[in-house]
Design a protein around this ligand. Structure first.
Ligand code: ATP
Length: 306
């Protein structure tokens, strides 16, 4: 369990993390989602005790992480590109880390297998692709069999197969009762990996809810209707909470009422329907709407803070 309470971090005038409170529970893959510069890495670094909070507290399994007896057994983290000596093999890289905490070669081979690097374990890590490097980073995070696994942008550089693999691995780790916390700035990736989402924008928490709750809110937002009797249908649908807009004659965009109900009303009143379809929920759009006012940096030529 990770408990973050009223956490704030400022760098000069920049408030990187602004009074953030949340809990990451075991057994559920929790995603930490926010646009670039939202404060995800800073928060994760404070959870690990790598950065000192300006104010607020962090506890991992009930106590401040700095006080943990065997940190890598407590939290397995992939937070910044780990320094890997490129001439060293993946296996020797892991053996060197393992030696510092008395972990034997058997466990090293086990995690290599777990992350799918067994075949290349004796090859120099310098020749690894970005995706293989990510797998090696994840292997070192898992080496000491930690209760809490925290990964900053673990999907970076992974191809679709790699994304599926990490999704399965994280679900498995959560099912074993571990606390699994990972960050990303891409909703599409989170949709595939996380069950619970904590959304951050400009250092503030914007949402903290199960993925399905976010999907439900985004779902059923709009039904598109094509009908030669559009005007009449709009009148029939008029009700509290129902909004009908029409950009062109005969084409309606309806919110606040389900497609089934629209079909029934049309049938009962002899209104012809040529098309009726619910616009698929777009989590990406929901996320963009949520963080619209909270984007610190926007892409583009200048890429300057707003
Ligand atoms: N060491 C630092 N010194 C000054 N400002 C910093 C430092 N670290 C982070 N910041 C600022 O704090 C804010 C949050 O940055 P952070 O890296 O935590 O965001 P992020 O959500 O992890 O972004 P990304 O997705 O780009 O990694 C940004 O405005 C960033 O410029």
């Amino acid at each position: 369990m990770i408990e973050v309470q009223n956490l704030t971090k400022t760098y000069g005038d920049v408030v990187a993390v602004d009074d953030v409170t949340f809990t990451v529970r075991p057994g559920v893959v929790t995603g930490f989602l926010g646009p670039n510069g939202a404060g995800k890495s800073t928060t994760m670094r404070m959870i690990l005790g790598l950065d000192r909070p300006t104010s607020g507290t962090v506890a991992v399994n009930g106590r401040p992480y700095q006080d943990a007896v065997a940190p890598i057994a407590e939290v397995g983290a992939l937070v910044e590109a780990r320094a890997v000596d490129g001439r060293r093999s993946a296996r020797n890289h892991l053996r060197a880390i393992a030696a510092t905490v008395g972990i034997g070669d058997g466990r090293v081979d086990e995690v290599l297998e777990l992350v799918g690097l067994t075949d290349v374990a004796r090859k120099p890590a310098g020749g690894f692709s970005l995706g293989m490097g990510q797998r090696l980073g994840i292997a070192s995070a898992l080496l000491a069999d930690p209760d809490v696994v925290m990964l900053d942008e673990p999907v970076n550089g992974l191809d679709p197969d790699g994304i599926l693999w990490i999704r399965g691995l994280l679900k498995q780790l959560a099912a074993e009762g571990r606390t699994v916390f990972l960050s990303s700035h891409l909703m599409s990736e989170m949709q595939m990996t996380a069950e619970h989402l904590i959304v951050i924008g400009q250092g503030r928490i914007l949402a903290d809810e199960p993925l399905h709750a976010m999907i439900d809110r985004a779902a059923g937002e709009r039904v598109d209707v094509v009908s030669p009797d559009g005007g009449r249908l709009a009148e029939l649908l008029a009700d509290d909470g129902v909004v009908v807009t029409s950009a062109e004659p005969g084409v309606l965009q309806v919110t606040g009422v389900a497609a089934e109900r629209i079909g029934d009303v049309a049938a009962e009143n002899g209104v012809r329907l040529h098309q009726l379809h619910t616009v698929e929920p777009s989590l990406e759009q929901a996320f963009m709407d949520m963080t619209a006012g909270a984007v610190t940096y926007r892409g583009g030529r200048e890429d300057t803070p707003r």
